[in-house]
Each structure stands twice: as C-alpha cells, then as structure tokens.
Design a protein around this ligand. Structure first.
Ligand code: UD1
Length: 416
C-alpha cells in the first residue's frame, strides 16, 4: 500500500519537466510487435502500466527492456499469440494487443482487460470493427479468440470516436490487403502519435489525429526510433495543483495545444497563463473563482481524464461549478472522498455541482482510481493540516516520481 502524506498550504513555484505520456506509450508498445524488427523508444515514463506492457511483450517472445526513460524492443521472435488472464488484468490498454497480434500472428487469444473501474467499459466497438476487417471472433468462458487468415481493407465507420477501438483498428489494418479507411475516428494526440510511430515502422498511413484515417500496408523497416509525446493529463494535473495551491510554475517539454481546454478553464478561474512553444507558465494567487459549466467530451473537447483533478482544484473556488461527465458512467468515485475533506459537492446522475468552500481540512482518504487518486493529492495541497492518501498503487500506474516532482516545486509531500 502506498501512503501519500501531504501537509497543505504551501505554494508551488519553479520549473517542472513533464513526463512522457502513458496513454501514448502503451499503444506504441503494442504496435512494436507488428513486424519482426527493433524499436528504440525515448521519453517512456517509468510506470506500473509500462512494466505490465513490457511483461506482455516478453511473454509474447520479444526482448523488451526499459532503462530510465529508454525502451528497447526486439520483436523478431514473437512466438505466442495468447495473453494470460493475469497479465490482461493489469491494465486497460492490454486490449490494444488484440489488433497488433491479429496483424502479426493472424490470431489473438485474450480475456477482457483490467484497468480503472470507471463504468462498464465494453469492447463491442473494437470487436465489431475488427470483424469488418475480416476477423472471426468468438467469446466464450471469459475468453476472446480472434482469428483472421486474411484481413481485408475496408471502409469502417465508428459510431463513437472510441480511442481504444481506433487504435486496435489502426494496428490490425496494417496487415490488411488494400487500404482501410476509418471514419469517425478518435482524434486524441495519442492517436496522432501512434500514426507517427506506424509511419516510422514503414506503414503508409494518413489522417491520424483527424476523424478520417487511412491505413495502407506496411513495408519492412528493421529499426525504428521514436520519442514519446508529453503527458497532457500529468501536465493538466500539475497545472491544477499550482492553480489551487497558488504559485508560479513553468511546465516544460509540453505541447500546450494538447491541454488547452484545461488551461482555458484555469484561466477563467483566475490564473494567469502564458503559452510558448513547448512550455506553459501558470501564475495563481490560489484564490480561484468557479467556472460555470464543464462538460467532458472526446478530444478536442475537455478530457474525462482531467475531470477529477480540475474538480479538486475548484473545491475552494468562489461560486458554483457544474461538471457534466459524458464519457464514463462511474467517473465521480473521488467525490465521497473529497467530501471528507470538507468539500461541498452535490451529485446528480452524470452531473456534479461544486460549491466553493472557505477551507478544507486534512484527513485520511482512499484513492479510488488513477485520476481520482491524483485529484485527492491536488485537494490535499490546499487542505489545512495533514492529508494521507492510501493508495493501492493506482497513482503510480500513471504518474512517474510524482512526489519528487511536487516536492521540487515546494510541496510538503512524501510517499511511504
Ligand atoms: C478513454 C478516453 C481517453 C482516455 C482513456 C483513459 C475518451 C473518448 N476516451 O479511452 O481519452 O485517455 O479513457 O482514461 O475520452 N465504449 C463502448 N464500446 C467500446 C469502446 C468504448 O461502448 O467498444 C464506450 C466506453 O464505455 C466509454 C466511451 O465509449 O463510455 C469511451 O471509450 P474509449 O474512448 O474507447 O475509452 P478508452 O479507450 O478507455
């Protein structure tokens, strides 16, 4: 059990280099098995979910190693097409290996993925899209068996821009005969990053990052090098922490456009924000105002992953903020814990109304999920006295050396 102890009330000041993106790294790690080649990846964060993906790669027969933020993969010897249940359960992104295995081995045997319990999180869109490429899929006894002797390019319309389904489809389509056109695709920066990696692997692909992606066949390239983009949710979390605690923080190595919706609301809340090429400077006196209404949406809308941390930043903001969550049914799990700090939040279905309070007081909280846990750390920075967040390892699934990064900015935080 990780215990995060925070004494609130300190300003955050200084420069913070933002880690590489978990959600960009994981599909790229899955994509590395598409051809019998070597990949060198830079700026990969050291996280529990990355370790889980590397264990899956090794199980499939790859060499896969991480040294600091560099990952080396040799996918020459992929021998297995099945992922054991235990490895599948470790994270949500294990499901992306389905499309990659189908492309490389013509078969994938796996079970439904794990990850944060944010709602039902079905994979019907993934399966239906892969079927349209010619895969035969059987589901029985908690196991999913996908087979395709021959994948054939198709025009596929996604009914919802699912990030995972778009990724699975892009990966499987690299082995299809003829071009695949994905319409209604997810437009997240992590999709564009996957497209960039596939290009360096020799794939003809265009439109990744827009709602129409065209994937052609792959030609063989024996060595691929790629640098992972900055994590826009970690950047958002630190921005929310500095906004709420007060301070003057420069986020470096980031792409400001990737989290501009979060910055928009922080500006509206009273922060002074300056964006430059690859950096964002945020100044706040810690006295925020409520921002009206926030609605989570697929990118380029406001990200569901940043919803809990922005909520935490607004707990003391003057006035009322309404948050409408449209992506996941169960994404307010942090709320009962935040109430125990003295927050005033009313839940009504998929909406949460936050009424700013004068003060929060530290207590012991339980991290419910990855971003919910991060939200509790943000709230703890603004609470009086000590807050302890008891965490089953959720936060370290997505945040690299987060205690050290916050301490370097002046926070009083330690991880036991
Ligand atoms: C989602 C987020 C992504 C975030 C990730 C991690 C969106 C659109 N996606 O991606 O930005 O980084 O969580 O927290 O914000 N759905 C189905 N059937 C499917 C697939 C999805 O009904 O086959 C539904 C889900 O239940 C959910 C919504 O579509 O309500 C979003 O799904 P999707 O984008 O696929 O989720 P992730 O890939 O996990």
């Amino acid at each position: 059990m990780d215990l995060w102890h925070i004494r609130g009330g300190r300003r955050l000041d200084g420069v913070c280099c933002v880690q590489g993106s978990k959600n960009a790294s994981l599909p790229i790690l899955a994509a590395s098995i598409l051809s019998p080649s070597e990949s060198e990846l830079h700026n990969v964060p050291r996280l529990r979910d990355i370790d889980a993906a590397l264990r899956i790669l090794r199980h499939l027969g790859c060499e896969a190693e991480q040294r600091d933020n560099e990952v080396y993969i040799n996918a020459n010897g992929v021998t297995h097409s099945a992922i054991p249940h235990k490895l599948m359960l470790e994270m949500r992104s294990s499901v992306i290996f389905m499309g990659a295995l189908l492309a490389r081995c013509g078969e994938a045997r796996l079970s439904p993925p794990g990850g944060c319990q944010l709602g039902k999180r079905p994979i019907d869109l993934h399966l239906s899209a892969l079927r349209q490429l010619g895969a035969e899929i059987e589901e029985s006894g908690g196991e999913i068996l996908c087979r395709a002797k021959h994948l054939k390019g198709a025009e596929i319309q996604l009914p919802f821009p699912s990030v995972g389904a778009t990724e699975n489809l892009m990966l499987a389509a690299t082995a299809a005969e003829g071009a695949t056109v994905i319409r209604g695709a997810a437009r997240e920066p992590e999709i564009a990053a996957l497209g960039d990696y596939l290009k360096t692997m020799g794939c003809k692909i265009s439109g990744a990052g827009t709602d129409t992606i065209t994937v052609g066949e792959m030609s063989y390239v024996n060595h691929t090098e790629h640098s992972i983009i900055a994590d826009r949710i970690v950047a958002s979390t630190i921005a929310c922490a500095a906004a709420a605690a007060g301070g003057d923080v420069e986020l470096r190595d980031v792409e400001p456009a990737h989290f501009s919706t979060v910055l928009h609301f922080l500006k509206q809340a009273g922060c002074d924000i300056m964006c430059q090429n690859r950096s964002v400077r945020l100044r706040s006196d810690g006295n925020l105002r409520a921002v009206g209404e926030i609605c989570t949406e697929p990118y380029p809308g406001f990200p569901t992953d940043a919803q809990p941390v922005l909520m935490a930043a607004l707990l003391k903001a003057r006035g009322r903020t309404l948050i409408r969550e449209t992506i996941f049914e169960n994404r307010f799990r942090q709320v009962p814990e935040l109430l125990r700090l003295g927050a005033d939040i009313e839940l009504c279905g998929q909406c949460a109304e936050i009424r700013g309070v004068e003060r929060l007081h530290g207590t012991v909280l339980n991290a419910t999920d990855l971003r919910g846990g991060a939200a509790m750390l943000v709230a703890g920075l603004t609470a009086e006295g000590q807050t302890t967040v008891c965490d089953d390892g959720h936060i370290r699934r997505g945040y690299e050396s987060f205690d050290a990064r916050l301490r370097a900015l002046g926070a009083d935080i330690c991880l036991d």
